[in-house]
Design a protein around this ligand. Structure first.
Ligand code: GUN
Ligand code: FE
Length: 437
């Protein structure tokens, strides 16, 4: 990274970004100003005080904030787009666990994670929450590579001490916790852009003893948490059998202070739960009270025949929500694709399930992919002043058309065409140009 020397500059182009779920601001031939890695805002005319900053001229191109992926599995990138004829629990046993077992081999991990990191670098994603595997050394390899990529990420060594084949299943809660502590001792504070996050895989794979140990580790390190919640009917039934005393699925995390609040210290625990397709009213209320983030992963929920999450409900209640690719339940890292999938499945939800839950608009889905998910990282996902300066420049002339289009129309068409997979000209993260074509 270039530090502060390079990180004050101006981008010129057709700028579009979210102010709120229902408002996008568009500035044709606008100026986005970056000073020391932070946005100073977007201007129709460049203020005199910035005139001496270097100008990167992207005239005619779309400039948007970097996209946020709140849920992706790095080791599953290897088998993306295969094995889609299974439901979650069978898919984990037959497809996912055998592949994740390979990450005990550091050479394999290095090779596979390099492919993942390169793809992420070239994607429109500038901020990501990433699951590794249960292997702490391979997780460090992934963190080194993510740091080199320039993307801002949370990366978690996965914890799983039951319901998985040996040797992917950790031998005991103590062994899993000891490995986690050692991993944290190695990586905590090691990087500028790569941060650890506690990652109990999901309730079926974690004994109460393990969750208790993770709670202790969370208290010491004040770490955020990511996991899965109420994704698939068979999974939800299984959790009910495993945890008869829990009032609902999320209550099984909350009992150990791993659901938004550390009940011992009273402190918030920044938490993301992926899916939330089958969350009950009680669970939804607890998510709201505890400020738990929802990572909506529509492609994965379709591929694994899980269902459709009631995102309109979460937005109406003010539950913090963003989008996740959930590779390899999801088949692509394209967050543009996730935006369109979110809109499409919300239309099916409205038509087929609940006519009171209106479909998401494109504007709302773009918000989820930027400022909505970005709030997990603090001030990220917008060009408003003091936001982390992360931007993607897109050449939408690759999607030719004879008529004049407005900026929102150009963005929508770029998203439906998954332009983020082939049309990125430049990508900036925290004020650094990390990729250019
Ligand atoms: N639940 C537990 N593990 C996983 C996983 O790897 N992917 C998805 N989609 N759900 C899970
Ligand atoms: Fe997942």
């Amino acid at each position: 990274m270039n530090g502060n020397k390079q990180s004050s500059f101006i981008l010129k182009g057709d700028v579009i970004y979210s102010i709120s779920a229902n408002e996008m601001r568009t500035v044709p031939s606008g100026y986005v100003v970056c000073v020391k890695g932070k946005s100073r805002g977007v201007f129709e005319k460049l203020p005199q005080k910035y005139e001496r900053l270097p100008l990167h001229d992207h005239s005619g191109k779309l400039i948007i904030p970097g996209l946020v992926d709140l849920h992706i599995h790095a080791p599953q990138y290897a088998f993306r787009g295969t094995g889609m004829d299974l439901e979650l629990m069978e898919w984990l046993q037959q497809q996912t666990f055998p592949e994740e077992s390979k990450y005990a081999d550091l050479e394999y991990a290095r090779k596979a994670y390099q492919i993942f990191a390169d793809s992420m670098k070239k994607s429109a994603t500038t901020h990501a929450c990433i699951f590794a595997t249960r292997h702490s050394q391979a997780t460090e390899v992934l963190m080194d590579l993510m740091e080199q990529s320039g993307i801002v990420s949370y990366v978690g060594k996965v914890n799983m001490d039951r319901e998985a084949p040996d040797p992917l299943r950790e031998s005991s809660a103590d062994a899993s916790a000891a490995d986690t502590r050692q991993w944290l001792a190695h990586v905590n504070g090691k990087y500028k852009r790569t941060m650890p996050i506690l990652t109990p895989r999901f309730i079926p794979c974690c004994t109460p003893e393990l969750l208790e140990q993770l709670h202790e580790i969370q208290t010491i390190y004040d770490l955020p948490v990511q996991s899965h919640l109420s994704e698939n009917p068979n999974e939800v039934d299984f959790v009910r059998q495993l945890c008869p005393k829990s009032a609902f699925y999320g209550d099984a995390y909350d009992a150990f202070g791993l659901f938004g609040v550390n009940h011992q210290s009273g402190k918030p625990v920044k938490t993301i739960m992926a899916h939330c397709v089958y969350s009950t009213e009680e669970e939804i209320r607890r998510m709201k009270d505890n400020r738990v983030f929802v990572a909506h992963c529509p492609a994965s929920n379709a591929n694994l025949a899980s269902g459709i999450a009631p995102i309109r409900k979460y937005l109406s209640l003010g539950i913090p929500t963003g989008l996740g690719s959930d590779v390899a339940g999801g088949h692509t890292e394209s967050i543009f694709r996730a935006i369109c999938d979110a809109v499409q499945v919300s239309k099916l939800y409205w038509r087929l399930i609940d006519q009171n839950q209106s479909p998401l608009t494109f504007c709302e889905a773009f918000f989820l992919a930027t400022k909505g998910g970005g709030s997990f990282f603090g001030r990220a996902g917008s060009f408003e002043p003091d936001y982390d300066f992360s931007a993607v420049v897109l050449d939408d002339s690759l999607i030719p058309h004879p008529m004049k289009l407005s900026l929102p129309q150009r963005l929508e068409r770029a998203a439906y065409g998954s332009l983020d997979l082939y049309g990125i000209c430049a990508k900036y993260v925290s004020g650094d140009l990390i990729y250019e074509k």
